[in-house]
Ligand binder design. Structure first.
Ligand SMILES: [Zn+2]
Length: 611
């Protein structure tokens, strides 16, 4: 028997049409498009105010008013965050970090700027140094909270950027809100999910008519007020601060060079799963190493055989018929000298470079989280956006809390703006004047007809358009806002001026961290391999020099012996000839008159020269 909430979930999974952006109100509280349209028309929606369209920043009418978006949104960086998180960046060279605190801060600043670059209402100011100067730049989780702002950090800042104290029992890869503070004494809990939270954006919100609020109506960026039909102030949830937290736990790792790492994440989609992509890369790594190991195995085998059973006559240097240890060592060197140094270098490179690239280059991209993309995503939550790809995971019905009734009867829908989507699909710039005064009137559920849908997205509940607000941090190919995010921004913060932006602006920075490390992890082993082979070659060269000297000495010795034998032979021949002449003369003297016939005495005396 299914519980009521399980039935609701099952039904939600069946009816969720999916596939485009979603607001936090829809995602968390199940606000329906028709209800939001009614609220925009200042009609009653029939919902509790907490589940009405809200979680947005106020746009003040007065230029001097700093409420909400007025004067920009300020943020301060908890100075302890760098110490906490710096070691979690794995873009190093053998432990030597290439990233410092300024690089990490710059990544968060770029994330804020990417939102600001796509709407003229958004502006973010880093007030960390002002906070430092005032001695107020401290706060949770390292110290007790300060009392001047609900986030407890520097009171100059509306958003406190700090370390996430993660609980293993709550969170997911990308939570929506872990908690949304205290609304009129109502402690609102965020989603309860299992898994690991790598970063969170916890908006600090208030009801517009609460004691802490200015008590004036919420004003949208198109100049419309959140009012009832009678002109009275409508009670909506207004975001006015937040806590942006990054996990610095030992089970988390981050990378900054999203430009370089995005290609590795593409492999996940190409192979259909992260595990298969990893298997492919590790398989290639082991395969290449195996070639190197095989090459050196053959070499060592040949050397071993040469010094044991396959010794040759030349290895018996002293000719005594026995192979001494030294002669066997020389035999090994003799065998080594037959191998091409280039081949030996290549084998060492195959042994070293693939594992280094896999462990030090591939893994930090593949297994770690894109820091800038995570910041970009979380800032989207502060602005009132939800996850387009995991409805109804963030729906409050999951929690079965006291506010369950607000989330009934159905979860929110993915939404799209019919005019903006159609114009962009046709390649034309939408005319904001047609819809900016009531942008929700043209919002529909689902996906725009003809929109490009990514059906291969990993771990997706259903196909979606590409969006930075997707729940999966690890699989983002780029730290940029997508058309889907910008369309949502145009509805949440409508711009009725001529400067409304509909085509995403993304200022990419190539940090070259990946290229630098790649160059190092290829060049260093190559240099090592060359030095190693050169060292071996020096030994072989010295051995060959010694061999040459040994052979020269042997040759000289043989030559001397030959010459000595020749001299001896000549002396003996001379002696023989003298003896012959003496014999002939003696015969003549005896007067026998008989001359010995030709050939009776040899002209030369042969002798054998022992070489
Ligand atoms: Zn999220």
């Amino acid at each position: 028997m299914l519980s009521p909430s399980a039935c609701l979930l099952a039904a939600a999974a069946l009816v969720a049409p999916a596939r485009a952006w979603v607001t936090a109100s829809q995602s968390l509280w199940g606000a329906q498009i028709s209800e939001i349209q009614a609220a925009m028309r200042k009609e009653p929606s029939g919902r509790q105010p907490i589940a009405e369209y809200g979680w947005l920043w106020h746009w003040p009418e007065d230029a001097d008013d700093t409420r909400g978006l007025g004067g920009g949104i300020t943020y301060a960086w908890n100075p302890k965050l760098c110490n906490d998180i710096e070691d979690r960046f794995k873009e190093d060279i053998f432990g030597g970090g290439l990233i410092d605190c300024e690089d990490i801060k710059a990544a968060v600043a770029r994330a804020f700027d990417k939102w600001a670059a796509n709407s003229r209402f958004l502006k973010f100011l880093d007030v960390s140094k002002e906070c430092d100067a005032l001695g107020l730049n401290y706060g949770p989780p390292h110290t007790d909270p300060q009392s001047d702002h609900p986030h407890g950090g520097c009171p100059l800042a509306e958003i406190w950027v700090t370390t996430l104290v993660a609980s293993s029992s709550t969170g997911s890869s990308r939570r929506l809100f872990s908690s949304v503070g205290n609304l009129d004494g109502i402690s609102v809990q965020g989603q309860a999910a299992t898994g690991l939270a790598v970063a969170t954006a916890d908006p600090i919100a208030r009801f517009t008519d609460s004691g802490s609020a200015p008590g004036t109506p919420f004003r949208y960026t198109n100049g419309q007020f959140a009012e009832n039909a009678d002109g009275s102030m409508r009670k909506v949830v207004e975001t006015y601060g937040g806590i942006l937290s990054f996990n610095a736990g030992s089970d988390i790792c981050w990378y900054l060079d999203s430009y370089f790492c995005s290609g590795f994440h593409q492999l996940k989609q190409d192979f259909g799963s992260a595990d298969d992509a990893k298997l492919f890369v590790y398989g290639w790594t082991l395969g290449l190493m195996a070639v190197g190991i095989l090459g050196y195995s053959i070499l060592l085998c040949n050397v071993f055989l040469r010094v044991t059973v396959d010794t040759e006559a030349e290895d018996d240097e002293d000719g005594d018929g026995h192979f001494t240890f030294r002669e066997r060592c020389n035999a090994a060197l003799r065998e080594l000298s037959n191998w091409n140094p280039l081949i030996l270098t290549l084998f060492i490179m195959l042994l070293l470079i693939p594992p280094l690239i896999t462990v030090k280059i591939f893994a930090p991209c593949f297994d770690c989280y894109d820091f800038e993309a995570a910041a970009l995503h979380e800032i989207g939550h502060f602005l009132g956006l939800g996850h387009p790809d995991n409805i109804p995971d963030n729906w409050q019905a999951y929690t079965a809390s006291a506010y369950e009734q607000d989330a009934r009867p159905t979860p929110g829908n993915n939404s799209y703006h019919a005019i903006i989507a159609a114009d962009l699909l046709n390649g034309t710039r939408p005319d904001a004047a047609r819809f900016c005064q009531d942008p929700w009137a043209e919002v529909q559920a689902g996906v725009p007809p003809g929109a490009k849908i990514d059906t291969k997205k990993l771990n997706a509940r259903y196909p979606t358009r590409d969006a930075q607000m997707e729940a999966q941090t690890q699989h983002n190919p780029r730290a940029c806002l997508q058309t889907d995010d910008l369309e949502a921004l145009a509805v949440l913060y409508p711009d009725c001026g001529n400067y409304a932006l509909f085509f995403p602006v993304c200022h990419l920075v190539n940090l070259h961290l990946g290229d630098t490390r790649m160059a190092f992890y290829i060049l260093a082993p190559t240099i090592f391999a060359l030095l190693f082979v050169i060292g071996c070659n020096s030994c072989i060269h010295a051995f060959e020099k010694r061999e040459k000297e040994r052979r020269d000495a042997k040759h000289r010795k043989s030559k001397l012996r030959l010459e000595a034998s020749k001299d001896q032979h000549q002396k003996e021949a001379k002696k023989a000839r003298a003896l012959l002449r003496f014999s002939v003369a003696k015969q003549k003297v005896k007067g026998a008159g008989a001359v010995p016939p030709a050939g009776a005495y040899p002209e030369q005396v042969s002798c054998t020269v022992q070489k």
